[in-house]
Design a protein around this ligand. Structure first.
Ligand SMILES: Nc1ncnc2c1ncn2[C@@H]1O[C@H](COP(=O)(O)OP(=O)(O)OP(=O)(O)O)[C@@H](O)[C@H]1O
Length: 195
């Protein structure tokens, strides 16, 4: 039993129920682990894990607020996962907490604007670079975009709330800006594209 459900009682991590390549959605429905929903869930989980690594590189006092925001994003990803694991057509009978607030996206936009106010204007293409914190935030950005592609696919099949795909779209912009911010605050240099 991994991150999807908080344990209520003592439990074993290996229930063995997934050994045949099938697992449970939040709605209780069982599907093959190759299903698009598990691909999206696994990618969102991978993103949160990369954010965990990035956090280790963001330990300086100048990056404290960014760290707090990244931790909040890890919690929001848990909520997004619950929504992804509840395909829309199975929502009847599932409690209201499956809704995903568009305010999470508005918060990201405010955080992006705040960081951009402190950053030098972008005049060329930058390459993933700028120190460990920055480079790893670029890794987070690219994994986020992969998750977004999978969630957009679910939305196009009406299996996922579009507020979730919009959040992932904005999250990649946040992570791009956060990477530049971490580089700037760490006194590092971002490499720019040269022909
Ligand atoms: N390979 C996977 N990739 C993405 N999501 C998964 C994967 N396997 C399971 N999940 C999701 O994560 C939840 C928790 O994972 P868990 O490992 O407990 O599932 P399982 O493989 O079905 O069970 P067990 O490991 O006990 O046999 C599952 O209920 C399912 O929603």
């Amino acid at each position: 039993m991994l991150s999807m459900r908080a344990p209520q009682v003592a439990y074993k991590i290996y229930t063995k129920t997934g050994d045949k390549g099938v697992s449970s959605l939040y709605s209780g429905e069982r599907r093959a682990k190759t299903d698009d929903i598990f691909n999206a869930l696994g990618t969102s989980d991978e993103l949160s894990s990369h954010i965990g690594v990035a956090l280790e590189y963001c330990a300086s006092p100048d990056l404290q607020e960014l760290s707090n925001r990244l931790q909040k994003i890890q919690c929001i990803l848990q909520e997004a996962n619950s929504v992804i694991a509840t395909p829309r057509r199975h929502e009847e009978g599932v409690d209201k907490k499956m809704e995903f607030s568009p305010n999470y996206t508005v918060n990201l936009e405010n955080w992006i604007d705040e960081m951009e106010n402190e950053l030098p204007k972008l005049t060329s293409f930058i390459l993933p670079s700028g120190g460990l914190a920055s480079s790893h935030l670029h890794v987070c950005r690219t994994v986020c975009r992969r998750a977004e592609r999978m969630i957009v696919h679910l939305s196009s099949k009406k299996e996922c709330n579009s507020d979730v795909s919009i959040f992932f779209n904005r999250l990649s912009d946040f992570l791009f800006t956060a990477a530049r911010f971490a580089c700037f605050k760490s006194g590092k240099k971002e490499f720019i594209y040269k022909k």
